[in-house]
Ligand binder design. Structure first.
Ligand code: CMC
Length: 393
């Protein structure tokens, strides 16, 4: 191809240097700033992991307290932002609402965001991490016609999100500690995953010097598709459609059929050719949450476990190294918590905002980065003679 390499889907193109996340897809290893995901999910809360991604080190107690103070003091959104919600139909997909509302944030913080000033970048990063739970929960509240609930700064990040989702003005809402711990863990598992489609989108949008809030809105758009973050919603729809263990072989057969576009949602990954380490922790968390809620016999979990078992023994899936990914078990947990299916990908976006903004900062700070500008293989016409209107067929 002469001057450049043709690489559709960027399967073999490195677009940046990064110190944030390392994946060994063959071994099923995921590290953030060198720390295994298993250790972070077991021992940290989401704020610690957000700090780690953003600043490079785990916080000590004092640093964590200061970080939480800073984040919680940005949890409110401008009251005028509520008007953006009412412009949407009540039945709009919450991801559509998120794209719009987060994009609109750029208009609220445009002049005050000088991307060349690290202090401005840090405030923009805090604002995004802080406001995302409010924005996501309000997309839900709007869809069910309930009043917006304001953030409570005495609650921890994951707790506050559950409060924003489920509290109402007429009842006292108590956050279940098992659910908030599970939510923390889910947020950690989704926080960053190096140069996936949405993160690459954020970097590409940001490479032109665009407003960071607008860049995150671009990331949300990219995440929405079923091949990426939209898979958690698609998995639950698929499991519901399968409905019973006896129907699994038919779906596995369809997934293997070259002429059928159907895929097993929540299976396969561009980088992992082994079990996705996040899926293992997610499966464990799923069992814990269902046990806590007295839903140990949840039929969807039985279908999921049986599907996993059958697929992992099947020659097609073994040969192509297709294993469950992060989205396979998360939806069952969300549903058990009472989160509607259409909100699943919004939760992914809320968690991934931390990774996006950490990667955006890293890019702006990297002197080697230039505007992202892929090349193409032109396969259209060569120069041809212009045809005037009266001679066109
Ligand atoms: N079910 C059945 N066959 C599959 C599946 C699946 N879920 N995934 C891949 N394959 C087959 C595919 O047909 C292809 O076969 P062949 O080589 O014979 O043409 C081969 O495996 C390789 O697939 P690919 O599409 O070339 O691989 P990719 O790296 O471009 O795609 C993927 C990765 C995640 C988009 C894909 O595995 C997929 O569509 N999975 C289902 C959706 C999903 O669960 N997405 C979530 C990804 S993880 C986290 C996230 O980003 O949200």
């Amino acid at each position: 191809t002469g001057m450049f390499t043709y690489d559709p889907g960027f399967t073999s193109t490195g677009s940046c240097e990064s110190k944030i996340t390392y994946i060994d897809g063959d071994k099923g290893v995921l590290l953030h700033r060198g720390y295994p995901i298993e250790d972070l999910a077991e021992n940290c809360d989401f704020m610690e992991v957000a700090y780690l991604l953003l600043k490079g080190e785990l916080p000590n107690a004092q640093q964590k307290e200061k970080f939480e103070y800073d984040i919680t003091h940005h949890t409110m959104v401008h009251e005028q932002l509520t008007k953006f919600y009412s412009g949407f139909r009540r039945d709009a997909h919450p991801m559509a609402v998120m794209c719009g509302v987060v994009g609109a944030l750029s208009a609220f913080y445009h002049d005050s965001t000088d991307i060349n000033d690290p202090r401005h970048r840090m405030v923009a990063s805090y604002r995004l991490i802080a406001k995302m739970p409010t924005i996501a929960a309000w997309a839900y509240k709007y869809s069910v016609g309930q009043p917006f609930i304001y953030p409570r700064n005495d609650l921890r990040y994951a707790e506050d999100f559950l409060h924003l989702m489920f509290a109402t003005p007429c009842e006292k809402y108590e956050v279940n500690p098992v659910l908030s711990r599970a939510m923390d863990r889910i947020l950690i598992l989704h926080a960053d995953h190096e140069q996936n489609a949405s993160t690459s989108t954020v970097r590409l949008a940001g490479s032109s010097g665009a407003n960071p809030f607008a860049c995150i809105a671009a990331g949300i758009a990219s995440l929405w598709g079923p091949a990426h973050g939209g898979a958690n919603e698609a998995v639950l729809k698929m499991l519901t459609e399968i409905g019973d263990k006896k129907n699994i072989p038919e779906y596995v057969k369809r997934a293997k059929d070259k002429d059928d576009p159907f895929r097993l949602m929540g299976f396969g990954h561009r980088v992992y050719k082994n079990y996705d380490p996040r899926a293992k922790i997610m499966a464990k968390t799923c069992h814990e949450v269902l046990a806590e809620l007295g839903m140990g016999n949840e039929p969807l979990l039985e279908v999921a476990m049986e599907l996993e078992k059958i697929a992992l023994e099947d020659e097609y899936f073994v040969e192509k190294k297709l294993y469950p990914n992060v989205d396979f078990y998360s939806g069952i947990i969300f549903r058990a918590m009472g989160i509607p299916v259409s909100m699943f990908t919004c939760l992914f976006a809320l968690a991934r905002t931390t990774g996006w903004i950490a990667q955006w900062n890293e890019m702006i700070e990297d002197p080697a980065q230039k505007i992202g500008r892929p090349r193409q293989l032109y396969t259209g016409h060569t120069t041809r003679e212009f045809v005037p209107m009266h001679k066109r067929g």
